[in-house]
Design a protein around this ligand. Structure first.
Ligand code: KG4
Ligand code: ZN
Length: 336
């Protein structure tokens, strides 16, 4: 059988990325131009700046991806691109670029759901992983528990009622003066703190056992900071980071394991930026081991936004016959 080469493009938030992926699982190149340093100046992603940076970088990033893979555009079988969800102006840059290449080079266009990309990051380093499995998707914009029934076939069984897990990390990090992006900074600082120092709440949602809520724990951190200030008590940022992280990790692990148990799924995967969190990995690893569940998660570089994961997802969509026309649009709130 002939190899299928996908040129993938990702521009949904603050990374301009392109990759060449062979047969959905072999990454020939994975180029990421991060805007994080730029957005750090503003304490978070500024949508218009993100769009402007994408348009500046995207051609160079694609050129590098092809060069690194030692693949010419003629050899590519299809163009995969994230068309939602994400920031509309940011998405439009990647979508317009992919459409232009598809038209000029006469290559099929495959629009990819960003979250399907995150899930598919697991296929790259775990060649043996195949559906069905349960996937916990935890990123800056999403917190979902999904049953991956087959390639491209998902059933969402749990979701957040308010903040996404990564969003909570970022907001708490800002509140304790750690800056953006907060996830990795809390992860690091928490190692110096006591996770049992402060008992932050875990949300229980009636009638929706697999759903999440992180606004309560976020508010509890803010209240704790206020009360320390009023009582003129010293603020221990490492203890706050560790205790906050413990509350989030506990909720994520408990609900994921409960779902795996209820649905009798023996494989669990994690995806998205927060899946890079070291405490989450450790706790999920321990919980899965105890129950005889096999746990999968990508390397940190494949957890956060990248185009290799879009190439992996695009491959399976391509096999399923998904093709988009030149009228493909960016859909900021695209449903899975
Ligand atoms: O998946 P991602 O790169 O972008 C979205 O699609 O949202 O996720 C970014 C999120 C940010 O909220 C960031 O703070 C969080 O992932 N994150 C982490 C870690 N690394 C990134 N959160 C906790 N611990 C980490 N090590
Ligand atoms: Zn993402």
């Amino acid at each position: 059988d002939k190899d299928i080469l996908i040129l993938a493009i990702e521009s949904s938030c603050d990374e301009t990325a392109a990759a060449v992926v062979k047969n959905g699982r072999f990454v020939l190149s994975n180029v990421i131009s991060s805007q994080i340093a730029l957005h750090t100046l503003y304490g978070g992603v500024v949508p218009e700046i993100a769009s402007r940076k994408h348009i500046e970088k995207i051609n160079q990033v694609i050129k590098e991806a092809l060069k690194e893979a030692e693949v010419s555009l003629e050899e590519i079988d299809a163009i995969g691109v994230t068309y939602g969800p994400g920031l509309v102006g940011a998405l439009l840059v990647g979508v317009a670029e992919a459409k232009a290449i598809s038209y000029a080079a006469k290559k099929p266009l495959v629009g990819v759901h960003h979250i399907e990309g995150h899930v598919s990051a697991n296929f790259i380093e775990h060649k043996e992983l195949e559906p069905p499995f349960l996937c916990l998707i935890v990123s800056g914009g999403h917190t979902h528990l999904v049953v991956v029934q087959d390639y491209g076939k998902y059933e969402i069984i749990g979701r957040t009622h308010d903040d996404a897990a990564g969003e909570a990390f970022d907001k708490v990090a800002r509140a304790i003066g750690l800056g953006y992006p907060g996830g990795p900074k809390i992860d690091k600082l928490a190692r110096e703190g006591n996770k049992y120092a402060i008992s932050f709440p875990r949300a229980h949602i009636a009638d929706a056992p697999y759903d999440f809520s992180f606004s309560g724990v976020k508010s509890a951190v803010l209240n704790h900071l206020n009360s320390c200030e009023m009582k003129k008590e010293e603020i221990n940022r490492a203890d706050i980071a560790a205790s906050f992280q413990e509350a989030v990790v506990d909720a994520l692990v408990t609900k994921t394991l409960m779902a795996a148990n209820d649905l009798k799924l023996s494989k669990v995967a994690m995806a998205g930026g927060v899946a890079a969190n070291s405490a989450l990995r450790e706790a999920m690893e321990a919980g899965c081991k105890q129950r005889g569940i096999t746990l999968y998660y990508p390397s940190p570089i494949l957890c956060t936004d990248n185009a290799a994961m879009i190439g992996a997802a695009a491959y399976y969509e391509f096999l399923r016959g998904t093709r988009h026309g030149l009228d493909l649009n960016a859909i900021p709130n695209l449903k899975i």
